[in-house]
Design a protein around this ligand. Structure first.
Ligand code: AHM
Ligand code: MG
Length: 309
């Protein structure tokens, strides 16, 4: 057999070891989460149409895709041996794993899963805390956060407190460096208005919308992973999901949606707010806690916070 000499590659594992220089246990955990992402992408691409828990061509029951994504993520976390407990959008409350292990993980296994039939981009979101407690912490205490975006390309984006870095999934299933130190400018040109029906009963949100429509361009897909990734790659923009009558705190969950993205956006030089404080300083009170969320270009976050008051 002829040995093939592979070219030098800048893999996620290499980046974590030589650039982020995180402890080995955290490196292993992040690589395992990226493997879950690789497998979730495969599940998305190979599941039959419908994806809603029906049966396949042989009459065998199929798992709903978001349940399958949750199981894939859970398996990798369990195998890693580094996870004390986790909090997932698919479970009520905290799930214990190995209480003596060094990290706790929060995740939304498949954000925007209802968009998959339309073949829109969807994503997985995660955050990592040191120790075996999640509730009572603030997102500023993350030791890492990131997401996997399943679009025309599959990307893994993470921060461990030294900027935000993006990796592209290769044909052989490995994440390779694509862009380091993603940045967000202070001024926004694009806007992403989540939970938009709230403008009917939230006059401040209507004012923000009117202000955006005057000069800015709408970029909204309905999947926050894709919508905030747009801000990170274009280097500017504003994303909001604020409350109205139906969802007084907005639709998004603090622990595994707002928290990780507040950490990533602020790491990229942007700002985050719940309407009064940075989301990084907001205490996690329960797995199903919701919060208004305004993130993106600093000056625009300030403008929106003023209009909402
Ligand atoms: P999900 O976690 O059930 O998929 O819902 C979260 C999604 C976010 O990705 C997105 O920003 C939001 O719901 C969209 O809400 P809306 O359609 O009201 O704008
Ligand atoms: Mg979600």
């Amino acid at each position: 057999m002829t040995l093939v000499h592979l070219p030098k590659r800048s893999t996620l594992n290499w980046h974590l070891r030589t650039k982020a220089k995180v402890p080995d246990a955290l490196r292993h955990l992040l690589v395992d989460i990226s493997r879950a992402g690789r497998d979730i992408r495969y599940a998305i691409q190979t599941s039959a149409g419908g994806l809603s828990g029906g049966s396949n061509q042989f009459g065998e029951a199929q798992l709903k895709l978001d349940i399958l994504a949750d199981e894939l993520m859970e398996n990798y976390l369990r195998e890693s041996g580094t996870v004390a407990c986790y909090c997932s959008e698919e479970h009520d409350g905290i799930v214990e794993m190995d209480t003596s292990a060094p990290y706790s993980v929060v995740f939304d296994p498949l954000d925007g899963s209802s968009l998959v039939d339309a073949n829109f981009a969807i994503g997985s979101i995660f955050g990592i805390y040191a120790g075996s407690e999640i509730i009572g912490k603030t997102p500023r205490e993350h030791v890492a956060a990131g997401y996997i975006l399943y679009g025309p390309r599959t990307l893994f984006v993470y921060s461990t407190g030294d900027g935000v870095h993006a990796f592209l999934l290769s044909d052989i299933g490995e994440f390779i460096v694509m862009q380091e130190y993603l940045g967000i400018a202070d001024v926004a040109k694009n806007f992403s208005p989540g939970n938009l029906s709230a403008i009917h009963d939230n006059p401040g949100y209507r004012k923000a919308l009117d202000h955006w429509l005057e000069t800015m361009t709408l970029r909204y897909s309905g999947c926050m992973v894709a919508d905030i990734h747009h801000i990170l790659t274009k280097g500017q923009g504003i994303f909001a999901n604020v409350g109205g009558k139906k969802y007084p705190q907005g639709k998004l969950r603090m622990v595994f949606e707002c928290g990780p993205f507040a950490y990533l956006v602020e790491q990229a030089g942007g700002a985050s707010s719940d309407g009064s404080i940075s989301l990084l300083d907001k205490k996690l009170t329960a797995c199903d806690q919701r919060s208004p969320m305004i993130v993106g270009s600093k000056e625009e976050v300030e403008v929106v916070v003023k209009l909402l008051k």
